[in-house]
Design a protein around this ligand. Structure first.
Ligand code: PEP
Ligand code: MG
Length: 747
């Protein structure tokens, strides 16, 4: 067969456009499409299979097969040749369908008469919608041109499906993006939220997949690509000398934007009758389909870059920017593939929840979400493809589960859960101004962790007695430049002012490991958590530390000041850091700035080594604070960022508790004030156990203060300590079961 397929393809698309424009029910449209494809491609059979549900494909229209089989023939994903195309996204082109591995004979269709089979996926932006099949009696292989033409048509069918062109009554297809979908992701910040979808990057809607005038479409594409290239070059020139990763992404953008292959494929698609937008989207769909297949992280990143670039190009072509004019719905739940900390801060507390496709528990966005106490679920695969602006959505940050467009039963169960949480919150408010005094009369000091100005109002609302850990790195992380000393001292002064005389423990910059500053030269380390981080960076490159210490002294402006150095592993590091503090004080004195009325300088105990430091160290520091997150990861040699191991070891493991107890004892005997500021301090059961072994100053996220205070006020620490010690005597691995039994009986 020697057709001029370019012309055929255009003609086919021209006829498709008429079908789209006609007033017709969804089923009629599907029937007409199969007929016209069969005619145009001069093949006996054309069938459209669409997904009925996530696992089932249904024959929705056919020309050539038995019409009785329509809406009757169904197959599972992966079943038969059609199911295989849908599962793999790969084309099947064979001259011997019955002899092809996986072929499944469907007697009701009458397809045994056809030997040649060509199946192409109907997919849109990586989402598999169905399969388009042509078959013929003659045993032949379809040509590349025919395959290409069918792919282009499949692309248009996908767009039509997206626009709801096949929606109809009865057996016809239901509208897309209307069913309930459940996403199982990973919890990165607890809490429950209900609200409405707000897409961080609104989806571009392509309403004209078929070109009226291919010449004009080619011009539009070229103009848009030119504009894109100029934009990328501009971004590159401003980013030169900046962050390596950002430069790498921009270089990749430039490479794709100038890629001849990319351009040529899009031009060919337009020649075959697609509009410029549809041609871009076709390339984007291919990239997304590949993205789900490749496991190599570098390659995946590059495919993501191509995806981003395609989005930019689509925005240029459609004029649909991020500002689509859509109004943010009530109770917005942000949906994004990923998001940077600064962008997240821009949304601030207006968000009720966040759902990301990517991200990690320790990412900057997660740190900010935690600081703002907004429930966050990460690794919710495909949520950006499924969700539409305004859709109802429930976020269960405790379980890492998201319900999109939930049905009534799920929504009402969720409301019950939220009501219970709200009730508990009310209980916590009623004890807000009461002390965290246990039944045995021990007063436990409950402090909060903070890092952003936005955290400070929680000091009043939570009932915290002060800020036990102010993570100063957050201010560095949310900027794209190194903050200036004046900027920092202004900020610290505002923090002190907002704390109204309550003690704030400022921790000096804790960067490195998972906290990488976008504007500092990244160091490639094999084990970043064990690498060049926190006080190690501060001492090796003291410029930033000096600047920060000065900013803190100036912010205190003669009031009391408390500073803590992170990740001190041995005494000398503390001594050297303290010497920097003394030098900073001296410099400030010479410059005539007022010195703090009182100064406390402490260290974080985050490495087991410090637990065994000489007595002189314990006497030298003004206080110590256990950074339980890091201490636990090093104690168990289990990376806190690694999903495979991070939940493997229990904080209430006997070895760990015994270790913590030994630190408490040392501090007691040497007179060193001690507190605990890891995440475990905010978990009620863990907090009660920490208090029972003698940790009477706990710093946690503000939302945890109520629950922790509530449990402490109902606990007798002497009894709990006895339960812990008795459980330990039994040789158990963790005291949790015994503690839970005890607490359940008491609370
Ligand atoms: C810790 O390690 O417990 C800690 C509080 O510090 P960060 O979580 O910021 O590393
Ligand atoms: Mg730490």
């Amino acid at each position: 067969m020697t057709h001029d397929f370019e012309t055929d393809s255009r003609q086919m698309l021209g006829r498709l456009r008429s079908v789209m424009a006609e007033e017709a029910a969804g089923q009629q449209r599907l029937d007409r499409i199969t007929l016209l494809i069969a005619e145009e491609m001069r093949t006996e059979v054309c069938s459209i299979y669409l997904f009925r549900d996530e696992e089932t494909l249904e024959l929705c229209a056919t020309e050539g097969l038995n019409p009785q089989a329509v809406h009757e023939t169904r197959m599972r994903l992966g079943e038969g040749l059609v199911g295989r195309v849908a599962r793999t996204g790969a084309i099947i082109n064979t001259d011997d369908a019955p002899g092809t591995p996986g072929f499944r004979y469907m007697p009701e269709t009458g397809e045994e008469a056809y030997r040649a089979f060509l199946g192409v996926p109907i997919q849109r932006l990586g989402e598999m919608l169905g399969v388009l099949v042509v078959q013929s009696r003659e045993a032949r292989i379809y040509s590349d041109e025919e395959i290409y033409a069918l792919e282009v048509v499949a692309m248009v069918i996908a767009e039509m499906a997206e626009l709801g062109a096949f929606v109809g009554e009865g057996a016809a297809m239901s509208a897309r993006h209307q069913q309930a979908v459940l996403f199982r992701g990973t919890s990165a910040q607890e809490g429950a939220a209900q609200g409405h979808v707000w897409l961080h990057e609104p989806r571009v809607v392509v309403t004209n997949p078929i070109a009226d005038d291919p010449k004009r479409e080619l011009e539009r594409l070229r103009e848009a690509v030119d504009q894109l290239r100029v934009g990328v070059d501009r971004m590159l020139s401003t980013a030169v000398g900046g962050d390596k990763d950002q430069l790498q992404v921009l270089e990749a953008y430039r490479m794709f934007a100038n890629s001849k292959g990319w351009m040529r494929r899009m031009e060919e698609d337009i020649d075959r009758g697609l509009s410029a937008e549809a041609a871009v989207e076709k390339e984007q769909s291919t990239a997304r389909a590949r993205m789900s297949q490749v496991s190599d992280s570098y390659l995946r990143e590059r495919l993501h870059d191509l995806d981003d670039l395609s989005n930019r190009l689509l925005r240029i072509l459609t004029g649909q920017g991020n500002q689509t004019g859509a109004e943010m719905p009530a109770d917005p739940i942000l949906i994004a593939r990923n998001i940077g900390p600064a962008e997240l801060l821009d949304y601030g507390r207006s968000l009720k929840g966040i759902v990301l496709e990517e991200g990690s528990v320790g990412s900057h966005a997660a740190i900010v979400a935690r600081a703002l106490a907004i429930p966050l679920v990460i690794h919710a695969e495909r949520v950006t493809t499924e969700a539409l602006n305004g859709d109802k959505i429930l976020v269960d940050g405790d379980q890492g589960i998201v319900h999109l467009r939930p049905d009534d039963t799920v929504a009402s169960a969720f409301r019950d859960k939220m009501a219970m949480q709200a009730q508990a919150q009310e209980r916590y408010v009623s004890i807000r101004d009461k002390p965290a005094e246990t039944l045995c009369g021990t007063r436990v000091t409950l402090l909060m962790n903070a890092g952003l100005m936005a955290d400070l109002p929680s000091l009043d609302s939570s009932g915290a007695e002060g800020v036990g850990l102010f993570r100063t790195e957050l201010q560095f992380l949310v900027r794209n430049h190194m903050p200036k000393r004046a900027e920092l001292s202004g900020l610290y002064a505002r923090v002190m002012e907002a704390s109204k005389g309550k003690r704030v423990v400022f921790r000096t910059l804790d960067i490195g490991s998972d906290k990488v500053l976008p504007y500092m030269k990244a160091v490639n380390e094999p084990n970043p958590a064990l690498g060049w981080r926190a006080v190690r960076v501060g001492l090796d490159k003291p410029g930033v530390m000096r600047m920060q210490l000065q900013a803190l002294i100036r912010a205190a402006a003669g009031q009391p000041l408390t500073v803590m150095f992170p990740f001190v592993a041995q005494r000398e590091e503390y001594t050297a850091a303290k010497a920097e503090m003394d030098k900073a004080l001296e410099r400030e004195r010479i410059l005539g700035h007022p010195l703090p009325a009182s100064l406390e300088v402490g260290a974080m105990l985050e490495t087991p080594s410090l637990a065994f430091a000489p007595d002189s160290f314990y006497r030298e520091v003004d206080f110590l604070s256990i950074g339980g997150n890091d201490l636990k990861q090093f104690f168990f040699a289990a990376d806190r960022e690694n999903e495979l191991v991070r939940r493997r070891y229990d904080t209430l493991n006997v070895s760990f508790l015994t270790f913590l107890e030994s630190i408490v004892e040392r501090c007691k005997s040497l007179g060193t004030p001690l507190s605990f500021c890891g995440e475990d301090a905010g978990r009620p059961v863990e907090a009660a156990c920490l208090a029972a072994i003698g940790l009477h100053s706990l710093s946690m996220r503000p939302a945890s203060i109520g629950p922790v205070k509530s449990i402490l006020r109902r606990t007798d620490l002497t009894e709990l300590r006895r339960v812990i010690h008795e459980a330990r005597e039994t040789g158990t691995q963790s005291v949790r079961p015994a503690v839970m039994t005890y607490l359940r009986g008491k609370l």
